[in-house]
Design a protein around this ligand. Structure first.
Ligand SMILES: [Fe+2]
Length: 285
């Protein structure tokens, strides 16, 4: 259907058409390559072999393809201020047929979506029907708070592998890249508050993700990112997150120079969060 090397080359050529001076774009290329690698690795660990592991890898490579158009059109990665990037990724791949470029024998034309792109063959040719549906579903759902109940088990498995791989690398992105370099010049409309609200802390205590509608401050945004750990499905993902250590650094009270990062009240809440996440990571296997 495709080979990894060729698909990665197509991806890098596609990304290179965008502004590589833009730090948002460069980080997104790195994130994508990491998510592809993690997806393939998780699939192998789960006993998905051969074609399935390759396919999981491909979904990692393509899941954020819409990020490049999002940055070009809106200058931000903040979905609430622009577009749902997962929907845009799936639309570009399956409605504008960008997917065809990544499949063996698919058209190799260059060009940006909506910019004279000429992939006008049948939709996602070379991708068997059920795989096309799995790919589109997994990519569309990769950033949603939760997966819908009615997914069949095979689609769910691919969607979960992708979501776990994505979250694993998001901890690295958040811990290692300054806020402005992650979201772009159009800032999220975050206020500064002294402490996280009872609603946000209830999510922490109940071990669930924080819905976007109830997080209003930068601190609540930070808590919400850490709470993504509660949604990790597979033991291999939770182990990888612990081994990589990025989440641990997000839960730190002090910076590398030993200075307290948060106010006293926020530090207390970070302690609660860290305790809950550590407890959960250890006991949920
Ligand atoms: Fe994404």
């Amino acid at each position: 259907m495709y080979n990894r090397e060729q698909a990665q080359e197509v991806f890098l050529r596609y990304a290179a058409q965008y502004d590589m001076e833009n730090i948002l774009i460069r980080h997104k290329v790195e994130h994508t390559i990491r998510v592809a690698e993690l997806s393939g690795r998780y699939a192998n660990a789960l006993g998905m072999d051969g074609e399935d592991a390759d396919f999981a890898w491909l979904l990692g490579l393509l899941h954020d393809i819409g990020r490049f158009e999002q940055a070009r059109r809106y200058g931000t990665f903040v979905d609430s201020q622009s577009v749902d990037h997962a929907e845009l990724s799936a639309d570009l791949l399956f409605r504008d047929r960008l997917m065809n470029r990544f499949l063996k024998g698919g058209p190799a034309e260059e060009g940006l979506p909506g910019d004279g792109m000429t992939d006008d063959g049948p939709e996602a040719e070379g991708l068997p029907g059920d795989w096309r549906l799995i790919a589109e579903t997994a990519i569309r759902l990769h950033n949603k708070l939760a997966l819908p109940e009615m997914l069949d088990s095979r689609t769910r498995r691919f969607a979960e592998v992708l979501r776990d791989a994505d979250k694993t690398d998001i901890f690295r992105v958040i811990a290692s890249i300054p806020f402005e370099d992650r979201v772009g010049s159009s800032q999220a409309s975050f206020t500064e508050t002294e402490e996280a609200s009872p609603e946000v802390m209830a999510c922490v205590l109940e071990h669930r993700c924080v819905p976007s509608g109830i997080r209003h401050s930068r601190f609540e945004g930070h808590i919400s990112h850490c709470c993504m750990a509660f949604e990790l499905v597979f033991e291999v993902s939770r182990r990888t997150v612990q081994e990589e250590g990025w989440l641990r650094s997000l839960l730190a009270e002090k910076d590398t120079e030993g200075k307290q990062i948060w106010t006293d009240r926020q530090t207390e809440q970070i302690r609660v969060l860290r305790h809950e996440i550590e407890k959960w990571l250890v006991t949920s296997g």
